[in-house]
Design a protein around this ligand. Sequence first.
Ligand code: SAM
Length: 222
Amino acid sequence: MILSNWEKKRNQMVDLQIQARGVDDPLVLAAMRKVPRHLFVPPDYEDSAYADRPLPIGYGQTISQPYMVAVMTQALKLQGDERVLEVGTGSGYQAAVLAEIVDHVVSIERIPELAERALKTLRSLGYMNVEVVIGDGSKGYPARAPYDGIIVTAGAPEIPQVLVDQLADGGRLVIPVGDSFQQTLTRVTKKGEKVDIERLEGCIFVPLVGQYGWKENRPESI
Ligand code: SAM
């Protein structure tokens, strides 16, 4: 089989940045070998799409580092038949990785321009199992709850109880929790009336801005 340069870069990204650092869920690795990350970044950054870092996507926001996308997706412990809510659509890349694995993805983004662009990219690549919603995802999206998994791709000051409430029994919430400079990737597993909270690793995300996140205090520029 002849691989394109993009496919070679993508395989290298998975081998060196993701598998070598301990991510071993075959569903996650296969999804990340498949999704064309270079089509989710602005054209000026296409050449850096497979680099080991987040990249700007406009409006003061970023597409997350590939390793972090892999770690968070693995932390959801997916098997394939789930419905997952993503808070923070951004470029749509994480939603595409999820869409490769599960039946249905609902992704919510507060910046309408990003949501619209992400939806266009996702549809152009044939991802029909992703629904993109514009709104404050710190409140979740009760219209499609309960979810087997919720992934928050922005940093929250604390775990929003409304998100836990929207998990199915046994469902997992993966969320960066901390101050606005650094956070800890945290997994909350709902077990009946109880929750199990695990702190996984350090991370740095743009803030979750909304009712159950940080207050908006500066205008975003393009
Ligand atoms: N998952 C994205 C991707 O694959 O490109 C990257 C997400 S970026 C690190 C964080 C995103 O969360 C930004 O697009 C930001 O606008 C969004 N965001 C922040 N607060 C939000 C909220 N309350 N509801 C929905 N989206 C939010």
